[in-house]
Design a protein around this ligand. Sequence first.
Ligand code: ZN
Ligand code: ZN
Length: 586
Amino acid sequence: MKPTPLALLILLAACQAPQPTDQTIPVDFAVFGERFLDAFWKQNSSFAIYVGYGKYYDELTVPDSASFALNRQFSLRWLDSLQAIDPNLLTLGEHTSWLMIENELRRTLWRIDTLQDQHWDPSLYNIGGDAWNILTQPYAPLATRLRDLSARIATADAYYTAAMGTLQKPTREHTELAITQNTGSLEVFGKDLEDSIAKADLPVQEKELLEERIAQAKSAINGYIAALETLLADSTAQFRSPQLGQPLFDQKFAYEIVSDLTPEQVYAKALAREQECHREMYRYANELWPEHCGTLPKPADSLALIATMIDTLSRHHVAPAHLFDTINAQLDRITHFIREKGLFDLDSTAVVHVRLMPPYAGGVTIASAEFPLPYQKNTPAYYNVADLGRKAPAEVESALREYNRWMLQILTIHEAIPGHCMQGGYAARKSPDMVKAVFANGAMVEGWADYGEQMMMENGWDSGAPEMWLMYYKWKMRECANAILDRGIHCLGWDEAQARDLLVRRAFQEEAQVQEKYRRALLTQVQLSSYFTGSTEILALREAWKEALGAQYDLKAFHETFLAQGTAPVKYIRQALLPQGKNDER
Ligand code: ZN
Ligand code: ZN
């Protein structure tokens, strides 16, 4: 009997796993991991809240120079402990976690010593998000959560005073962002919180103390906002450029993307992919011209011709009232399609809850994914759909044109199945390793959602309609443009006009999106490169796996095996999936 591809894979993985010899003491890495993470959450209480740990929520770190020195010491001490473990004695999965912990600790040191964003990014300082999470996470009864909140905000004044002292020469852009976000945080301490306090089972004195601290916290936030506004208004104030420059960009890329590809290689691959997208889009736009544009004269410029076709097709979109039902129907279609083509197991990991977008997640986006928290794994993955009745008609029309009949399908594939919600489900239920869940690799997450779009198209999604392909390439072009823009802004000194040319002429974006993307490119660094880098690596891995397995190759087995590795950098998943000697091929 021939082994199934999966059995073969397990065999290959077992061959690579180092066998402990008689002289070595096996390391209980799971115990080490738990001990490390508990210490890490105590050191990083905001991060602990973000992953739903449920402990140390009452300890707000005041961001003065002593706190950064302590954080350095913490990282150095744990790097020592980590290095006392010989990674060669670990299983491959544990070795990956070892590497992910090491990367997180080194990244912390690099941020404090080299990137130094504590000095130039005022938006790092904001107590609102943590407070909101404490109030809404079901980790404890309401009275306990209010006590945690009360203790946490007790030092709000010292917190914002230290923040102002730590800032040296911020960027104008991050200063504006900090003002907007901290203004938003004031709402967290508003009416809903008052209602919660009123109904909470707490002694009156504790309630009064909490009320007093809320008043002080609001005044501390207002003081911070006022100080930042004064800084912006000061004509003699010096601001740092938000453009990172190549050395820092490359270092950040190494810590955050964790890829074998260099930033230069990613940029070159994105430019090549752009050419391919344009070629394909031109072909489909020409093919569709008689049906959709009739006798309208064709623009001579190929990019203008594509833009005209996209503009024409964008009229086909759902009515605002039907968005929710349409998305639900799409999920049904996608599920049937996956079953029919045998692309995934489709068990409990594929459960997605569609709901109206909660107010805090709102914005201009039509739909978004929400992952289960790593420490609250039984919470479902949510696919949030915007309640368009609450937005201005012009804004709704523009959003619906962007997410037209075809783009909306790609959005659902990207955010829900087989994209983010489904990957989140696998990470929570099939990869029990906490280290990979909490230090989740962003390029793997976004790369997976992007890979899913291409894989669905390759398998004949929407009967391979040319309109669907054209819009798929528009979406793909956006991912290429993200990577190109990221490097353009931070390494090549691009100005707004250069960014605009890329986004409007080469990537066919609507005006509202162009402004949002340019701002996002200035405020973030490297994140916009994660989509294209991750999907490029996943596709290369699939090709190498296919070659290694030959006749045993099976797409579903690739998907199941890949996702079971957890949210690790793709290059480590590659080591787990491919026998030695195959890893250097790309
Ligand atoms: Zn319309
Ligand atoms: Zn995404």
